[in-house]
Design a protein around this ligand. Structure first.
Ligand code: GDP
Length: 193
């Protein structure tokens, strides 16, 4: 079997409404704004393909990345405080709309910040994903910011708070490349790639 990662990735486009369907399995990345989603995508794909933004809340589009045999869907980051209520509602619609009608989705990678307890919006997303029946992998991002001894207990606490089995939460760091191989393997497995 040909290895998916590092992938030969191409940016397909940024969509603000309906994302065109193609007959390819999809892996979706979702998480709060500034959680480290773009950095995680770039290090997992092995290419600077997702924009890392210094203005959280700026990306309001569903970004589609072609991986050859699959597609990576980068959902807009949620929960940025300084946006209008209307904008937040638009995000909800865009994210909810995407997730509710997409049999192509084989895995949702939910990113949560390891430096903070699970947030209300994270729990809402995870509950929604469970209800929709998607397989979920969580990445506990920026784990490098935690002393080593705090890492396992933090991951266990996050798993519990999010209602996930503890092996579904991977300690992750884009900067120190922690958990990258595990994430790649889990994604490849889910995509059967
Ligand atoms: P996004 O808004 O979720 O796409 O997040 P970005 O990837 O743009 O990262 C947001 C901020 O978190 C930036 O300042 C990054 O430098 C920082 N960041 C991203 N990944 C890591 C990581 O693995 N460790 C640490 N310590 N910081 C990170």
């Amino acid at each position: 079997m040909k290895r998916l990662f590092p992938a030969q990735a191409t940016f397909i486009g940024a969509f603000v409404s309906d994302v065109p369907r193609v007959a390819l399995p999809e892996v979706v990345f979702a998480g709060r704004s500034n959680v480290g989603k773009s950095s995680a995508i770039n290090v997992i794909v092995g290419q600077q393909i997702a924009r890392t933004s210094r203005t959280p809340g700026r990306t309001q589009s569903v970004n589609v990345i072609d991986l050859g045999t699959a597609r990576l869907i980068d959902l807009p980051g949620y929960g940025y405080a300084k946006v209008s209520k209307a904008m937040r509602e638009d995000w909800k619609k865009l994210i909810g709309g995407y997730l509710s009608d997409r049999p192509e989705i084989k895995l949702v990678v939910a990113l949560v910040d390891a430096r903070h307890p699970a947030q209300e919006l994270d729990r809402t997303l995870l509950a929604q994903l469970a209800e929709l029946g998607f397989p979920v992998l969580a990445l506990a991002t920026k784990i490098d910011d935690l002393p080593r001894a705090r890492r396992s207990p933090t991951v266990a606490a996050l798993a519990k708070a999010l209602g996930l089995p503890s092996d579904a939460v991977i300690p992750f760091s884009a900067t120190e490349k922690i958990g990258v191989d595990e994430a790649r393997e889990a994604i490849s497995w889910a995509l059967k790639a």
